[in-house]
Ligand binder design. Sequence first.
Ligand code: I3S
Length: 130
Amino acid sequence: KHSPDSPQCHHLEKAGIVNKTKVVDHGKKIRKNWSQSWTVLHGGILTFHKDPKSAPAGNANKASQIVPEYTVDLRGGSVQWAAKDKSSKKFVLELKTRQGCEYLMQYDTESIISDWCKVIQDTIHHLTPH
Ligand code: I3S
């Protein structure tokens, strides 16, 4: 069995589209800014990419459209279904980092977002705290 931190541990990896917003930055509440995001879990790091629709027009290069926006170290973090007062949207996850940042992740299809919840939870549990 591979160590969870080893690069061979490919089962805790996932990618897909979700809606996301950062809500707390290092303990400081910030204004919500929901956007769609290509989201990748790899090696204990969750990367939310910028919505290509927000990029300046005229930049047709496909590769340049995949730009990281937030890189989230899951080690020592937590994920749970968000309380109703966190958002009016349905199926919202609240992701908290050990560094005091918080993100909401949302998708209108429950199975999509609950799969994210499970894989993030599993990843957190497999990452040994420093
Ligand atoms: O928690 P809030 O402040 O009610 O979040 C809403 C706002 O961010 C709103 O934008 P304005 O800052 O322009 O009011 C967004 O459009 C809403 O989507 C936010 O609420 P939801 O319930 O969608 O997370």
